[in-house]
Design a binder for this molecule. Structure first.
Ligand SMILES: Nc1ncnc2c1ncn2[C@@H]1O[C@H](COP(=O)(O)OP(=O)(O)OP(=O)(O)O)[C@@H](O)[C@H]1O
Ligand SMILES: [Mg+2]
Length: 239
């Protein structure tokens, strides 16, 4: 079995006096799609925010490619090869689609390389190419999510972390975003995502972790979690 690309071990996080993670652990191996599922407030976003240095972990270890990165500052994370697509399709609304993508390549000094990276995203998302000169704020929600994902690809990351990529999108765009995520996996990318849309996420994922109130509750392959009656009852609305 391959060495994990990302390992989170026994992570504890508090906001002020309120502890919200109580020893969460997970692994992501190269080439996998891994999802974290769980109800509102379970701590899904907090796990990834602690991985990428947006909130401090009081306890536990994070390793990326065998190196300890626990509590590395957020600004050092992209250079390690980890990019993040936050919850809520955050784009620079006044800037054009093309300029939003360029912003994703802020570590690439060479403007020629930046343009190549923009072109690669346009090849992946033809819809963004069609709208390249429009302000990002004019795009539909699904297009903005594509743009946020495209921007995260600009650095050619080794791990892409996505928080709720399908939240609030129409069914058509949910399908499209999920198809794109599968495409990225087929191209050899590694993805860690948080999803409340647990059934869809597990269908797509190699493995999943189900959290409950800041604890690991279930961990298995996506297919086995989908087939597990307790998981179905607790996380998939009993469906
Ligand atoms: N900045 C913050 N300050 C204080 N408490 C916070 C903060 N962010 C999150 N929390 C609390 O931490 C807990 C876990 O929140 P988190 O956002 O990680 O959950 P989540 O599983 O991502 O939920 P959701 O599905 O609603 O996005 C919740 O009780 C939440 O209220
Ligand atoms: Mg969240």
């Amino acid at each position: 079995m391959k060495e994990p690309l990302l390992t989170v071990h026994d992570m504890e996080v508090s906001y002020g006096a309120v502890q919200v993670l109580f020893g969460v652990s997970l692994e992501v191996r190269a080439g996998e799609i891994v999802c974290i599922i769980g109800p509102n407030g379970a701590g899904k976003s907090t796990v990834i925010k602690a991985v990428i240095g947006l909130v401090p972990a009081q306890k536990g270890q994070v390793e990326f490619d065998g190196q300890p990165i626990t509590n590395s500052p957020a600004h050092e994370i992209p250079a390690l090869g980890i990019t993040y697509v936050p919850q809520g399709r955050i784009v620079f609304a006044q800037m054009t689609v093309a300029d939003n993508l360029e912003m994703g390549a802020f570590l690439k000094r060479d403007s020629h390389k930046r343009r190549e990276a923009v072109q690669a995203v346009f090849d992946q998302f033809p819809r963004l190419y069609e709208r390249r000169n429009q302000p990002a704020g004019k795009l539909s929600g699904g297009e903005q999510q594509m743009l946020a994902i495209g921007r995260a690809l600009m650095m050619n990351p080794r791990l892409v972390i996505l928080d709720e990529p399908s939240l609030g999108l129409s069914p058509k765009y949910v399908d499209l975003i999920y198809e794109k995520l599968l495409d990225l996996k087929r191209q050899g990318r590694t993805l860690l995502m948080v999803e409340q849309n647990a059934a869809r996420a597990l269908e797509l994922s190699d493995r999943g972790y189900a959290l409950e109130l800041g604890h690991n509750r279930f961990a298995d392959t996506g297919a086995k979690l989908l087939a597990n009656e307790d998981v179905r009852r607790m996380y998939l609305g009993g469906a």
